[in-house]
Design a protein around this ligand. Structure first.
Ligand SMILES: Cc1cc2nc3c(=O)[nH]c(=O)nc-3n(C[C@H](O)[C@H](O)[C@H](O)COP(=O)(O)OP(=O)(O)OC[C@H]3O[C@@H](n4cnc5c(N)ncnc54)[C@H](O)[C@@H]3O)c2cc1C
Length: 372
C-alpha cells in the first residue's frame, strides 16, 4: 500500500481561526489526516486546488464545507428510488457525496457524531431490507475522469458504463465486456463486477481508499480480487478513486463487442425492470459435495462454476411469484419487483428457493446482493 500526501486547504481566511464549534471540530479532525496545511485567501483557491490535485496531492478543502455541510445531510430519506430493486425503507441520515472528498468529510462527520456510517453508490446491487437504516448512509454518485497515458484515474462515484463509453471513444480497449453493467466504478470494484468471462480486476492498477483515518493507494494485487469479491468487502474501507490501465488499440472489434453486449443486455434487462442483477452467486465446482457432483449436468458448468440460475431453474424457480416478486421466465436467478414488492416478499421467495436448492443439491446458495 502506498501513501498519497494529503493537503488540507483552509479557505475561510476571513474567519480564521475558526470560531463555530463544528468548524473547530472538523478542522481538528482534518488536521489529523493531513500532512500539510495551506491557508488560501477566499476567492483565489480554485485554480490552486486544481493544480495541487493534478500534481498528485489529495486535497481536502475541509473548512469550506463546515457550514454548508450540516445542511447537506438530509433526514428520513426514502431509499426506494435509490435502489434498482425499488424496495426500501428510510435512511435516518442521508448524504449525497458528489466527489471523493465528500466521502471523507461525511465519514469524519459521522465519527465525530458517533453515528454508524455506511456507503452505497448506484444501488444496483443492494437490497434495502430494513424499515430504517440507522445512522448516516452515504450515497456516492458523481465525480471526474482524469485521462492518463494508458488509462484513467476515475472517482468512485462515476458510472462504470460512462467510463466504458469514454474509453472506446478515446481508442482504449479492455473494458468492453463490462458494457452496460449498471452502477458506479466504486461499486464495481467492491464486488469485482464482471461479465462475459472478464471482470474489472483485470484492468485495475490501484485503488485509493479512505480507512477512516488516512487515504491510501492499494495496488490491484493487494485488493485481493476474486469472483465477486475483494478486500473492500471484507474490511470497512471507503473507495475514493480507481486507476485503470487499458490498451491503446483503436480497433473496431472492441466497439463491436460493446455494441453487441449492449443489445443483448438491453433485451435481458430492459430499463424498466426493477431488479438487483443476479441475486445469488454462481458456485465453484470445487466447493460442492460428491452427491451434488453426481446429479449436476456437467454441460452447464462454465469456467469451473455452476450457474446459480441453473440450480434455481432445476428446483422450479422460473416464473415463481410471491407477492410482488417474480422470478423471470427466462432466467432463474433474476428476481424482479413486479408490483410493489416488499422485504417480506423478497425474503420469502429467496429463502424458499435456497431451501429447495439445499435439499436437492446439498448446496448453500450465497447472495451476491448486499443487504442494508
Ligand atoms: C440489470 C442489472 C444487471 C447486472 N448485471 C451485472 C453483471 O453482469 N455483472 C456484475 O458483476 N454485476 C451485475 N449487476 C450488479 C451491479 O450492477 C454491480 O454489482 C455494480 O458493480 C454495483 O455498483 P453500484 O454502484 O450500483 O453499487 P451499489 O449497489 O450501490 O453497492 C454495492 C456494494 O458496493 C459497496 N460500495 C459502493 N460504492 C462504494 C464505495 N465508494 N466505497 C466502498 N464501498 C462501496 C456498497 O457498500 C455495497 O455493499 C447487475 C445489476 C443490475 C440491476
Amino acid at each position: 500500500m502506498g501513501k498519497q500526501e494529503t493537503v488540507l486547504v483552509v479557505q475561510w481566511i476571513e474567519r480564521w481561526p475558526p470560531k463555530l464549534e463544528i468548524e473547530v471540530q472538523l478542522l481538528s479532525r482534518a488536521q489529523k489526516i493531513a500532512d500539510r496545511i495551506l491557508s488560501i485567501p477566499v476567492g483565489g483557491p480554485a485554480p490552486l486546488v486544481g493544480k495541487l490535485g493534478n500534481c498528485g496531492f489529495h486535497v481536502i478543502t475541509h473548512c469550506k464545507y463546515a457550514m454548508e455541510y450540516k445542511k447537506k445531510i438530509k433526514k428520513n430519506i426514502s431509499l426506494k428510488k435509490y435502489s434498482t430493486l425499488g424496495i426500501g425503507g428510510i435512511a435516518e441520515l442521508f448524504f449525497l457525496a458528489k466527489k471523493p472528498e465528500d466521502i471523507i468529510s461525511a465519514v469524519l462527520w459521522a465519527k465525530k457524531k458517533k453515528v454508524p456510517v455506511k456507503i452505497f453508490a448506484g444501488g444496483s446491487n443492494v437490497f434495502f431490507e430494513k424499515k430504517k437504516v440507522e445512522g448516516l448512509l452515504i450515497c456516492a454518485r458523481g465525480g471526474k475522469i482524469l485521462k492518463k497515458e494508458r488509462g484513467y484515474i476515475v472517482d468512485s462515484g462515476v458510472s462504470l458504463d460512462l467510463v466504458i463509453k469514454k474509453s472506446l471513444r478515446d481508442g482504449y480497449t479492455g473494458l468492453e465486456s463490462l458494457t452496460a453493467i449498471p452502477g458506479t466504478i466504486g461499486g464495481a470494484i467492491y464486488g469485482n463486477a464482471g461479465a462475459y468471462g472478464h471482470s474489472i480486476s483485470e484492468v485495475v492498477k490501484r485503488v485509493q481508499i479512505f480507512n477512516g483515518k488516512r487515504t491510501l493507494w492499494v495496488s490491484g494485487a493487494a485488493s485481493k480480487f476474486g469472483y465477486r469479491n475483494s478486500i473492500f468487502k471484507r474490511r470497512s474501507l471507503y473507495i475514493l478513486r480507481v486507476e485503470i490501465l487499458l490498451k491503446k488499440d483503436k480497433n473496431d472489434a472492441a466497439a463491436d463487442v460493446s455494441k453487441k453486449i449492449r443489445a443483448i443486455r438491453n433485451k435481458k434487462y430492459p430499463p424498466t425492470l426493477k431488479c438487483p442483477g443476479s441475486f445469488f452467486k454462481n458456485i465453484f465446482v470445487k466447493d460442492i459435495s460428491h452427491k451434488a457432483k453426481k446429479i449436476i449436468d456437467s454441460s452447464k458448468i462454465v469456467e469451473g462454476k455452476i450457474p446459480a440460475g441453473y440450480l434455481l431453474e432445476s428446483v422450479g424457480a422460473k416464473g415463481m411469484v410471491v407477492g410482488g416478486m417474480r422470478v423471470m421466465d427466462y432466467h432463474g436467478n433474476l428476481f424482479v419487483n413486479q408490483k410493489n414488492a416488499t422485504t417480506y416478499d423478497v425474503n420469502k421467495i429467496t429463502t424458499t428457493l435456497k431451501k429447495r436448492v439445499k435439499r436437492r443439491f446439498d448446496i448453500d446458495l450465497e447472495e451476491e446482493v448486499m443487504r442494508f
